[in-house]
Every structure is written in structure tokens, then in C-alpha cells.
Design a protein around this ligand. Structure first.
Ligand code: FMN
Length: 282
């Protein structure tokens, strides 16, 4: 099988490389440690990105949808950060930024409370996904999810998490590191019942991050649960609820011209019980 695939790949490689195939698609094929860019008659050979070398072979055809990312360049306007004018408590500064982000949201399509949540397993495997910030209370950030999802399992193994908010229309980013712990069942219940009923049923129906046989299976399960809970409040699923992140580090990033951005970091000093503020190189 491997030989057959190899022969097929090689044949394709030569066919594409020497026929000057599809000038507009920038297919790249690799030949014995070199990448052939077959958009000109014949082939231009450049070193492979992965440094493959040795016996001539074609190990992949990549970049079907190639884009010139290097040409994507945005200049950031100047709205500088002056540490002395920032709040002493970074949580207050964060809430100020969040409010500005919400007040200036470019449209319904953008969720200014969305952030990337990074977690990792005890063996160091990292994972990141978007979740929604649903509250900032008592110095903590709240979000809600399935406790048995991949993220839930990773948080139980390693409660150190990172959050990253990006508000591109303000040229701003906030990075937060901290410790995630489950919220109380009362808090989870209150938030759960504030969600639309369909989303409450959905939390029961979805074994988040587990394989699913088909879309129909999920919809069938949701319909069954909807019938089961008809005429009564939907109870809080035992596998669903909130996490609160207690931050230990904040970084406020403001895009500036010529990539001379501002980065102001706050680190929690447990012994002195105060935040230490530092400027970082961009
Ligand atoms: C805009 C947006 C908001 C989301 N909000 C949440 C959320 O608040 N809670 C959640 O569990 N998943 C949310 N998701 C889905 C997650 O990104 C992710 O797919 C899901 O939680 C499973 O992640 P996991 O397998 O790493 O646990 C959101 C996705 C997007 C794109």
C-alpha cells in the first residue's frame, strides 16, 4: 500500500512540477529535500520547509489555499498606555477595557466577552478554545461549560489556565493567567436558568467533546429531553457549571505604530499582597 501511494504521489509530483500546472494555485510539491513550485513552466526548486532530504520522493502537496500572509500588514494607531494612569488593581483596569470593548463593539457578529481559554493536561499537552466570559465578581472571572469536556478534564488535572481577549477594533489584547476552580452549584444553577430553555436542554443533550454518531443522534436526544422536562424547570445537569479564574498575572497590550507596542504586566506578589506593575518590550 505504502509503495502504491508513494508511486502515485511521485507520478503526481512530476506531472505537476513539469507541466507548469495551474499558475494561480501555487501548489507546492517536495522532491528529495526540495520544494517544487510548479507555477512556472518547469519547476523552481527551493529547500523544503521541513528539511526533508535523501531519496527523491514526493511526500505531500500542500497549501491548496495558499495565501500571502506576509503581505497582511496593519498599522496600529497610537493610543499609548501610561502605567501611572492605569488602575493599581488590574481587575479594575480589565473591567474598564472590557466596558470600552463592549461600548465600541463593531456589530452583533462580534462578542467582546469571548476569549481564548488555554488549558493543559498533566503531561503538558496544551489545548485552546473560545469561551464566553459571563461575569467578573469578587476579583474573579466566570465562564460556564461542561465539566466532563476536554477542558473540564484538563482543568481537573491542572487548574492553571490562561485567558486571552482580543479586541481588534481597539488594537488591544489582554492576557490573563490564573487558577480555575468550579463555582458553587448555586452559582451554576442561577446562571443555568438565565440561559434560554433550548440551551438548557442542549447542556443535557451534549456529552461535550465526546464522539457523536451523527447530527440526528444529538437532535433526537435533545427532543427526548425536551419531552422529558416538559412543563417543569430544567434541572442543572451534574456535569455542567461554572469555573472562576483567580488571576495572578495580567498583561495589557496596546498596538502602536512601527510595532513599538505598549505591554504593561501586573504580577500578583503573594508575600506583599500587592500587584507589581512592569513594562515589557513589545
Ligand atoms: C464564540 C464562541 C463562544 C463559545 N462559548 C463557549 C462557552 O462559553 N462554553 C463552552 O463550553 N464552550 C463554548 N464554545 C465552544 C468551545 O470553543 C469548544 O468548542 C467547546 O467548549 C469544547 O471544547 P473542549 O473540547 O476543549 O472542552 C464557544 C465557541 C465559540 C466560537
Amino acid at each position: 500500500m505504502r509503495d502504491l501511494a508513494f508511486a502515485e504521489e511521485t507520478a503526481w509530483g512530476f506531472a505537476l512540477a513539469f507541466a507548469g500546472f495551474f499558475p494561480w494555485t501555487l501548489h507546492r510539491v517536495s522532491l528529495g529535500g526540495f520544494t517544487a513550485v510548479p507555477f512556472l513552466p518547469g519547476a523552481i526548486l527551493t529547500p523544503c520547509r521541513d528539511g526533508t532530504s535523501g531519496f527523491p520522493h514526493l511526500h505531500h502537496i500542500e497549501n491548496q489555499f495558499a495565501m500571502d500572509f506576509a503581505a497582511l500588514r496593519k498599522e496600529y494607531e497610537d493610543h499609548g498606555l501610561v502605567p501611572d494612569q492605569m488602575e493599581l488593581d488590574p481587575l479594575n483596569e480589565f473591567q474598564r477595557w472590557l466596558k470600552i470593548a463592549i461600548d465600541n463593539t463593531p456589530g452583533d457578529w462580534f462578542e467582546p466577552n469571548a476569549f481564548t481559554l488555554a488549558t493543559s493536561s498533566s503531561s503538558g499537552e496544551a489545548s485552546a478554545r473560545i469561551v464566553l466570559l459571563k461575569g467578573v465578581r469578587h476579583g474573579r472571572l466566570f465562564f460556564y461549560t461542561n465539566y466532563e469536556s476536554d477542558k473540564g478534564r484538563q482543568i481537573s488535572a491542572n487548574p492553571q489556565v490562561a485567558a486571552c481577549f482580543h479586541w481588534p477594533y481597539l488594537d488591544r489584547q489582554v492576557r490573563i493567567c490564573g487558577l480555575a476552580v468550579k463555582t458553587s452549584p448555586e452559582d451554576s444553577l442561577t446562571y443555568f436558568h438565565s440561559r434560554p430553555r433550548g440551551a438548557q436542554i442542549g447542556a443535557w443533550a451534549s456529552a461535550q467533546s465526546e464522539p457523536l454518531a451523527s447530527r440526528e443522534t444529538l437532535e433526537h436526544r435533545a427532543a427526548e429531553l425536551s419531552a422529558k422536562f416538559a412543563g417543569q424547570p430544567v434541572p442543572l445537569p451534574p456535569h455542567w457549571g461554572g469555573y472562576q479564574i483567580t488571576p495572578s498575572r495580567f498583561e495589557f497590550w496596546q498596538g502602536r505604530t512601527d510595532r513599538l507596542h505598549d505591554r504593561i504586566v501586573y504580577r500578583w506578589q503573594a508575600t506583599d499582597r500587592e500587584w507589581l506593575r512592569t513594562r515589557l518590550s513589545p
